[in-house]
Write a protein that binds this ligand. Structure first.
Ligand code: HEC
Length: 264
């Protein structure tokens, strides 16, 4: 039973395409018709083709909302834009349905209010689909190639600097000057293969990891990392440990000190 429910929920990803295409097509057909009828000076009334598309779109919307709620059920009570818009779209489609029925019942009534609601529903369903796409493909999936086209590609360094709360210059300095030293002398023991003392020095985020605090932003003198590399060569605490690599040179230590001083 559990598997059947799961399967049912996942059909959402197939079925959702029908109402999106149908409701947008229905709106396009009816807009075209309204424009033509307006040209002829006659009152707009829904066409039978557009009406059929709308009715199918409504059935598709009901199924998509239900399967979507089942699919999203595991996600706990997370309230995201896609889910809210999906439910709003379902309600809008019902309102549109009632307007259609009232136009059908009364031969003399114009269908303009129905047409407006149909377009609002189509926009809402289109937006729901867009945010759903962001959920499955990652945010901005659709527009990413366009951003690259016009050159507003987001620099990963800018993003990293923002995430870590340091300047972009410090990020660049780390990558250009500090990381190569770490890779040569430290990463063998403080990296992905072996993280001695729970310390990794192979990425900026790890070096600045609050949990270990080997680096004190802005204060090289208070940083354990600096203390360890500046110890006398025969000190048992020196890094890299005696016999496991050459002590860092004065220049290398200076680079690391300057970098830590640049953080803030
Ligand atoms: C051969 C392996 C090895 C290499 C290479 C090495 N380390 Fe270590 N490191 C260790 C071990 C083991 C410890 C834990 C024992 C200790 O604290 O001395 C440690 C501990 C540390 C600590 C102590 C953190 C704390 O607060 O407890 C720091 C800081 C550190 N290493 C920095 C470095 C730096 C910087 C480099 C490169 C310049 C480096 N290590 C290279 C093995 C290594």
């Amino acid at each position: 039973m559990q598997h059947l429910i799961e399967f049912f929920g996942r059909t959402h990803l197939v079925l959702l395409h029908f109402p999106i295409a149908l409701v947008i097509s229905a709106a396009a057909v009816e807009l075209w018709r309204a424009w033509v009828m307006n040209g002829k000076g006659t009152k707009y009334r829904p066409s039978s083709g557009g009406t059929l598309m709308f009715v199918l779109a409504m059935l598709g919307t009901i199924v998509s909302v239900v399967t979507g709620l089942v699919l999203g059920f595991d996600g706990g009570e997370r309230v995201d834009l896609h889910r809210i818009l999906g439910i709003v779209s379902g309600v809008l489609m019902f309102i549109t349905w009632f307007m259609l029925v009232s136009v059908m019942k009364n031969e003399h009534k114009s269908g303009v209010a129905y047409l407006v609601m149909l377009c609002v529903s189509a926009a809402s369903i289109g937006a729901t689909g867009h945010f759903g796409g962001d959920l499955t493909h990652g945010e901005g999936f659709l527009t990413e190639p366009l951003k690259e086209l016009v050159g507003i590609k987001e620099d990963p360094r800018v993003l990293e600097a923002e995430a870590l709360g340091i300047s972009q210059a410090s990020v660049e300095m780390f990558e250009l000057s500090v990381l190569p030293i770490m890779e040569r002398s430290c990463v063998e023991c403080h990296g992905p293969d072996e993280a001695e003392d729970d310390i990794r020095l192979d990425t900026l985020a790890y070096v600045l990891d609050d949990r270990v605090q080997t680096v004190r932003s802005g204060s090289p003198d208070d940083s354990e990392l600096v203390y360890r590399i500046e110890l006398p060569h025969d000190d048992p605490d020196i890094m890299p440990p005696e016999g496991d690599g050459e002590p860092l040179t004065g220049d290398e230590i200076e680079v690391i000190r300057n970098w830590i001083a640049s953080l803030d």
